[in-house]
Design a protein around this ligand. Structure first.
Ligand SMILES: Cc1cc2nc3c(=O)[nH]c(=O)nc-3n(C[C@H](O)[C@H](O)[C@H](O)COP(=O)(O)OP(=O)(O)OC[C@H]3O[C@@H](n4cnc5c(N)ncnc54)[C@H](O)[C@@H]3O)c2cc1C
Ligand code: SF4
Ligand code: SF4
Length: 243
């Protein structure tokens, strides 16, 4: 399926829904521009939302993000597309054509986040939000404060219609296992690339033993909820030891 929308000159495509992209989208829309915010993950917030106790106030980063998400919700000039990646950009400043590929989420906007489907789902996947250190079901909420607050199905973990167990649990007709990838074409005046950063692969520093030795962490895990999760898991394991 192909959608076409936008108008040359006025609109802005923002690629990347981390704090940089979200801030750009909100500020530009509040200044009167139409904005298309594209994020490749099923949720906004980027690396920030995966951290914990944020500097300088040491509060959860979801506090600051929530305010921005409210500004997005309240502003009809911003259109958010998750699981969206740019396939091509053509044109010149003031007149760009951006082709965007949208991967299926398999869960639509009717999802209330009730979580009933999770009970039915027999398949698991590594939780990439948690840097693979825990698991979710194949149908999952990306995290507790996800925006948009809708579940998603990981196509790599779900066998699709041959299972379909979750369908019977969803009272809201929100799951569509037949959803297909889409292509969308946008005509805009500007493109902002805010695709952020990736943590260094610390397993390459073999002498430090990351990934091999317990209790060797990279700063991103130390700053995040991952470490908290590991502590909880170890406490649970310790509790099972005979005394
Ligand atoms: C250990 C650590 C602790 C930190 N602690 C703090 C702190 O306490 N306080 C503070 O202010 N800052 C902190 N920072 C810095 C903060 O994390 C960064 O400033 C912030 O992540 C930058 O946001 P961003 O939007 O530029 O990038 P990102 O957060 O990386 O977001 C980029 C977004 O773009 C998306 N994306 C990537 N490629 C594509 C594509 N091709 N198409 C569509 N979308 C795409 C990604 O999925 C992501 O959502 C910390 C950083 C680290 C490493
Ligand atoms: S997909 Fe349906 S059952 Fe699952 S959380 Fe959403 S509304 Fe609830
Ligand atoms: S169809 Fe996929 S998401 Fe639904 S219950 Fe089966 S494995 Fe889980």
């Amino acid at each position: 399926m192909t959608d076409s929308s936008g108008s040359p000159g006025g609109g802005i495509v923002v690629v990347g829904g981390g704090i940089s992209g979200v801030t750009t989208a909100v500020e530009a829309a509040e200044a009167g521009h139409d904005v298309y915010l594209l994020e490749k993950e099923p949720y906004l917030g980027g690396r920030v939302v995966r951290l914990n106790e944020y500097f300088p106030k040491l509060c959860p980063p979801t506090c600051g993000l929530e305010i921005n998400f409210r500004r997005i919700k309240q502003n009809p000039r911003i259109r958010v597309f998750t699981q969206a990646e740019v396939a091509s950009i053509e044109g010149t400043p003031g007149d760009y054509t951006v082709t965007v590929e949208l991967a299926p989420r398999f869960v639509n906007d009717r999802c209330t986040g009730c979580g009933e489907c999770v009970e039915a789902c027999p398949e698991e996947r590594a939780d990439d939000f948690n840097y693979g250190m825990s698991k979710t079901k194949a149908i999952y909420l990306p995290h507790d404060m996800a925006y948009p607050f809708h579940y998603a199905v990981d196509a790599a973990a779900c066998p699709g219609e041959s299972c379909s167990r979750c369908l019977a649990y969803c009272k809201y007709d929100a799951i569509d296992l037949r959803e297909q990838p889409r292509t969308m074409t946008l005509s805009v005046g500007s493109v902002v690339v805010a695709t952020g950063w990736k943590p260094y692969d610390a397993t390459r520093m073999e002498n430090l033993g990351f990934g091999r030795l317990p209790d060797v962490f990279v700063c991103i895990a130390q700053a995040g909820r991952q470490l908290r999760h590991m502590r909880q898991r170890r406490a649970a394991e310790a509790a099972q030891l005979p005394v």
